[in-house]
Design a binder for this molecule. Structure first.
Ligand SMILES: Cc1cc2nc3c(=O)[nH]c(=O)nc-3n(C[C@H](O)[C@H](O)[C@H](O)COP(=O)(O)OP(=O)(O)OC[C@H]3O[C@@H](n4cnc5c(N)ncnc54)[C@H](O)[C@@H]3O)c2cc1C
Length: 400
């Protein structure tokens, strides 16, 4: 607990902590704290528990079913949930397409989709990247051609996280081939159960399969699923990326990893003494803890600006870079704490049902998967190198 917290803050923190302690299902908590695989239904279950309490959308305005909390309350909520072992609230609906629909969607779209995001009746995924369009997103080629009252969509998306669990995808599509590439892009909502949508898994370094290729062959999409105006999707795309990058900043993950790091450093020995008593290792923990604190305050500053209706641009890139660097540093320190026990990577041991033996006997093998998994944070949402370009452009104009 932060000693400088006001009585109101302490009351709020205690209320959240009490609720999470009482309502977070123990099987989900065990998976999260053990770095085990979390299933679709686990995320949905927790989201519904939060939503019943009125906490389904911490960052949405009250009139849209959100909490109306300020930045400090949201940060505290995230910290209490993550440290107690709650799974993250999936960002694709809540922090990506939800805010887009609130800002750019028609009344019909808002009424249809927003309540289903809160209850997770719809699982959304993000169809931005393509095999030839990652950092250079504006060069995307998936086309949507108007035919009577539908768009016919053809193309391929890639690296689509959780597409295998999703029933809706928000896609950037090309609706005009001429002119500046950014000016021919539209933002479409596509029902994944439509004929012509095919999902193919991609295996990643940690032997997980959270990412996919999505093929769109002659998929008919009602015109009513266009968000905003045709060919004006680039503005929406950038608005969404700002929200995505702030989410990737991952303060909850940082705090959970920090708590775990300190626990492990207390229990793992070095030359007969707990590792945390080693001055050099302790210095590294202190440094990363200071980084987490500074990151938290930067995030709250940016969230307050957003809440006041100001758009954040380069700030989102800074937060994304710092958040991913800190998460990677924490996972590195965790690996060092566990020493040789952390090295064997046994993918099947990540399933909660796994009954076999691991090298250490107390769950440290899952650290390798966590370490490998967190390598991707500096890539998705736009690579850190590209974020540095965006920051430089914001500071120096178009010189770089
Ligand atoms: C685990 C994971 C999940 C993802 N989930 C999704 C998702 O759900 N939906 C989605 O749409 N996308 C998703 N992505 C895609 C992600 O956004 C892209 O991978 C990312 O934008 C980079 O694009 P790319 O892979 O095509 O790499 P490239 O653009 O080909 O870049 C390759 C390398 O070149 C560097 N580079 C490129 N251009 C520049 C430049 N101008 N200056 C300096 N360096 C440069 C990059 O930093 C990178 O190191 C995901 C990616 C990963 C790894």
């Amino acid at each position: 607990m932060d000693l400088r917290e006001s009585p109101e803050t302490q009351t709020f923190r205690a209320e959240v902590a009490g609720f999470v302690a009482a309502r977070l299902p123990p099987d989900i908590r065990a998976k999260v704290l053990g770095f085990l695989r979390i299933e679709r239904q686990d995320y949905v279950r927790w989201q519904r528990i939060l939503n019943e309490r009125g906490w389904g959308a911490p960052s949405w305005p009250r009139e849209q079913g959100g909490t109306g909390w300020n930045a400090r309350q949201r940060s505290l909520f995230e910290e209490e949930c993550f440290v107690a072992g709650a799974p993250r609230q999936m960002p694709f609906g809540l922090s990506m397409v939800g805010p887009v629909l609130q800002a750019f969607g028609s009344e019909h779209q808002q009424k249809r989709f927003l309540p289903r995001i809160l209850t997770m009746e719809d699982w959304w995924c993000q169809g931005y990247s393509e095999p030839g369009a990652g950092s250079d997103l504006a060069s995307l080629t998936t086309r949507a051609e108007r035919q009577d009252d539908v768009y016919i969509v053809n193309g391929q998306k890639t690296w689509t996280s959780f597409a295998h669990w999703a029933n809706w995808i928000f896609c950037l599509v090309r609706t005009r081939a001429s002119g500046k590439p950014q000016e021919g892009i539209s933002f479409l909502l596509i029902d994944m159960t439509s004929p012509g949508v095919r999902v193919k898994p991609i295996r990643t370094l940690d032997e997980g399969a959270d990412v996919n290729e999505v093929f769109l062959d002659d998929v008919a999409v009602p015109m009513a699923n266009l968000v905003g105006e045709e060919n004006r999707g680039w503005t929406i795309a950038k608005f969404l990326l700002g929200h995505e990058r702030t989410t990737i900043a991952g303060i909850g993950t940082c705090k959970r990893l920090l708590v775990r790091l300190k626990e492990l450093a207390r229990s793992e020995p070095k030359r007969g003494r707990p590792l945390i008593e080693d001055p050099r290792f302790r210095d590294r923990i202190v440094k990363v803890e200071i980084d987490v604190r500074a990151h938290e305050w930067s995030l709250m500053r940016a969230s307050s600006l957003e809440q006041a209706g100001k758009s954040i641009g380069a700030e989102a890139s800074i937060l994304k870079i710092r958040g991913s660097e800190i998460q990677q540093e924490l996972s590195q320190l965790l690996m060092e704490c566990a020493g040789p026990y952390a090295i064997p990577h046994l993918p099947e041991a990540l399933n909660a049902e796994f009954a076999g033996e691991t090298a250490d006997g107390h769950g440290l093998n899952a650290l390798a998967a966590q370490y490998l998994d967190l390598r991707k944070v500096s890539i998705y949402g736009g690579t850190n190198e590209v974020q540095k370009n965006l920051i430089a452009r914001a500071l120096l104009g178009s010189q770089p």
